[in-house]
Ligand binder design. Structure first.
Ligand SMILES: *Cc1c(COP(=O)(O)O)cnc(C)c1O
Length: 415
């Protein structure tokens, strides 16, 4: 069955919860063992002292280690990405920072795509730097050979321990070839120096892009965005093989940054409508993009649906290979500069002026002065993050209403 058919019931047994059709919120810190021997056996597995027997389920011990709301949610999230295991976190940043801390150590090198999410960028360039973990960034327009040369020129190839990318890149939907990054990993990897390749898949959510199928080792999410989808919860997730996830979950246990049962319950509720929400958002985005493409006050529109038609051969090939949809994120250049952009943003009514993305309500923001204020100016120019750029996250509203709202905001410019 398809994941959307399984989101209502997968992994949950009503008979264990008084027949409740929905998984209750297990608002409990600890779990009672039936016998001391049972407790001993649960701990043996939890601390890796022995392997689980076949058919043996991991016993519930303490909510920092496991909790039904988290475990069922994690099993359901695995279905979308075809992952073996998942760990849910209290935020997207905690998923990203925990994975990076687990797979890198002082002296190591990180290769990452630019620009990445502002919080990730800060973590890489401040916290990791403090731990003597250095980094090399690359943009979507750089080739495999150029990227490899950058690392080899620094003489740090043998120190490369992690590759981390975001695609399509926020805010202009620049596309990075996931398989190319897997080849860069192969180029540098040795038995003594394994490399972990992670993809922050927040921008496409678990429905529209599946990085594990293109050679990534880990998929990371801010579940705050499409997965949560209602702008009412902060959460994150990391998915991958049993082996890698064992390590991520190990560090999560000791950092204590797992999501709580209430967050787990909210995300399970959200997952039931993930596919229908995202389908509608993508459909709305297509109509909005068509409107923007034709509007006289719009200079350029950055949308995968446009790149799929007018993009370079490489872009068109990557879109066909990596994406199941053109997504619901659109950026565009308005004619003029900051004054016109702000006038437009201040006159939207239905579409809210806020950062974040992927929720049921449409949002608009100004990357240059908001989400991407911290990006260095050379990268800003290269990525078309200028004062005339506006980013839209399209929600589930009626698309005619969204278009009317955009239209009346445009009408206020120069009035
Ligand atoms: C929002 C976001 C994050 C951070 O997630 P939080 O849930 O806010 O911690 C990471 N990556 C991307 C691409 C995001 O959009």
């Amino acid at each position: 069955m398809k994941p959307e058919s399984l989101m209502m019931s997968y992994g949950y047994k009503p008979s264990l919860s008084e027949g409740a059709i929905k998984c209750p919120i297990f608002q409990t810190s600890t779990f009672v063992f039936n016998t001391a021997l049972e407790g001993k056996r649960f701990f043996e597995v939890a601390y890796g002292l022995r392997e689980k027997d076949q058919d043996e389920e991991m016993g519930l011990i303490y909510s920092r280690l496991n909790n039904p709301d988290l475990e069922i949610l994690e099993d359901r999230l695995c279905l979308w990405d075809g992952a073996e295991e998942c760990a849910v976190f209290e935020s997207g940043m905690s998923a990203i920072s925990t994975a990076m801390m687990e797979f890198m150590k002082p002296g190591d090198l990180l290769l990452y795509s630019k620009p990445v999410y502002g919080g990730t960028d800060h973590f890489i360039n401040h916290f990791l730097k403090k731990l003597q973990i250095s980094s090399v960034g690359f943009r979507a327009d750089e080739t495999k050979e150029e990227i490899i040369k950058k690392i080899e020129e620094k003489g740090l190839g043998h120190k490369l321990s992690m590759i981390h990318i975001e695609t399509p890149a926020n805010p202009t939907n620049a596309i990075i070839d996931i398989e190319m990054c897997a080849e860069i990993k192969k180029h540098f990897e040795t038995i003594e120096n394994p490399i972990v390749f992670s993809v922050d898949n927040t921008y496409m959510g678990p429905v529209w892009q599946h990085p594990l199928k293109h050679g990534a080792d880990l998929v990371l999410y801010s579940a705050t965005k499409y997965i949560g989808g209602h702008s009412d919860v902060i959460a994150g997730a990391c998915l991958g093989s049993k082996e890698l996830m064992g390590r991520v979950k190990g560090l999560r246990t000791f950092l204590g940054n797992m999501a709580g049962p209430w967050t787990g319950w909210l995300l399970m509720r959200s997952l039931e409508t993930l596919k229908v929400r995202m389908d509608q958002q993508a459909k709305n985005a297509k109509h909005v993009a068509e409107f923007l493409n034709a509007h006289p006050l719009v200079e350029s529109v950055y949308y995968l649906g446009n790149a799929a038609v007018n993009g370079t051969e490489k872009e068109r090939e990557l879109i066909a290979k990596q994406y199941k949809s053109y997504g619901a994120m659109i950026a565009f250049d308005i004619k003029g500069g900051e004054k016109e952009a702000f006038c437009f943003l201040d006159n939207l009514k239905l579409i809210k002026l806020a950062v974040s993305l992927g929720g049921t309500e449409s949002l608009a923001e100004h990357p240059q002065t908001m989400t991407h204020a911290d990006v260095d100016s050379e990268d800003k120019v290269a990525m078309n993050i200028t004062e005339k750029l506006i980013r839209l996250s399209i929600g589930v509203e009626n698309y005619d209403d969204l278009i009317s709202d955009l239209k009346s905001a445009f009408d206020q410019i120069n009035h």
